[in-house]
Design a protein around this ligand. Structure first.
Ligand code: DC
Length: 224
């Protein structure tokens, strides 16, 4: 079967990773979560006590920061200097650090090559903010998956509750708006749909409906 590259971009909490994972299973693609790579850098900076917005300080520690990726039973695990940090990168502090660090061109350049290499090896579905615009500009299918901020905050609250770390809705919504603002207005690879992206607004769609749409788009692109 033809090798295929699928790019899924969109704001935080739009369901990109859930949908990309399900799409990978349904269509036999490898899933690459690029947000987890930025989160791993964010964690490294927090641990080193470095302000993730301080370009010079961040650039100085990147050469000694190893971000690795390993798959276990199909699930992506993140390695920081060899340590599996998968369970440590979903906290609000790491989210904020990842968002701040991801605005720095040095951090983006640091992760770009690794992301492009992963997509060279096999068929992939990769999710992030700049996959269709910068990382895989030649992707066979580009999707911009979005939903209203209120709906995304509601979903994130449910997720946090299920994980046993509930947070008030108002706080989640405020943090989400803050992150959207930063991801969209930064100069380096801002969050925006590629010109040839399919815009998919999931505010009023069930996960099954979104998946069905994505699978039909992949099937269609595989035939062309
Ligand atoms: O998708 P996520 O919430 O795990 O991403 C964490 C942060 O990383 C997010 O604030 C934006 C940034 N990011 C990015 O700038 N580019 C990507 N391709 C993926 C994530």
């Amino acid at each position: 079967m033809k090798r295929i590259q699928v790019a899924i971009d969109g704001p935080g909490g739009a369901g990109k990773s859930t949908m990309a994972k399900a799409l990978a299973r349904a269509c036999g693609l490898n899933y690459v979560d690029t947000g987890a790579m930025y989160r791993t850098v964010g964690l490294a900076l927090l641990r080193a006590g470095i302000d993730p917005a301080d370009g010079a300080a961040v650039a100085a520690v990147l050469p000694e920061t190893q971000v690795g990726l390993r798959y276990e039973d199909g699930a992506q695990h993140m390695l920081l200097n060899g340590e599996d940090v998968t369970g440590l990168i979903r906290t609000p502090a790491v989210s904020a650090a990842a968002s701040a660090a991801s605005a720095l061109p040095a951090v983006r350049a640091f992760l770009l090559k690794a992301q492009q290499d992963l997509a060279e090896e096999c068929s992939v579905v990769m999710d992030g903010r700049d996959i269709g615009t910068v990382v895989l500009p030649g992707a066979d299918l580009k999707v911009f998956l979005t939903a209203s901020a209120e709906e995304r905050a509601r979903r994130r609250c449910l997720e946090l509750e299920e994980r046993g770390t509930p947070q008030p809705y108002e706080q989640v919504l405020a943090e989400m708006n803050e992150r959207d603002e930063r991801d969209t207005n930064r100069a380096a690879s801002p969050l925006r749909p590629a010109e040839d992206a399919v815009i998919l607004d999931s505010t009023c769609l069930s996960p099954e409906e979104v998946l069905e749409k994505l699978v039909s788009l992949v099937t269609e692109r595989r035939q062309t």
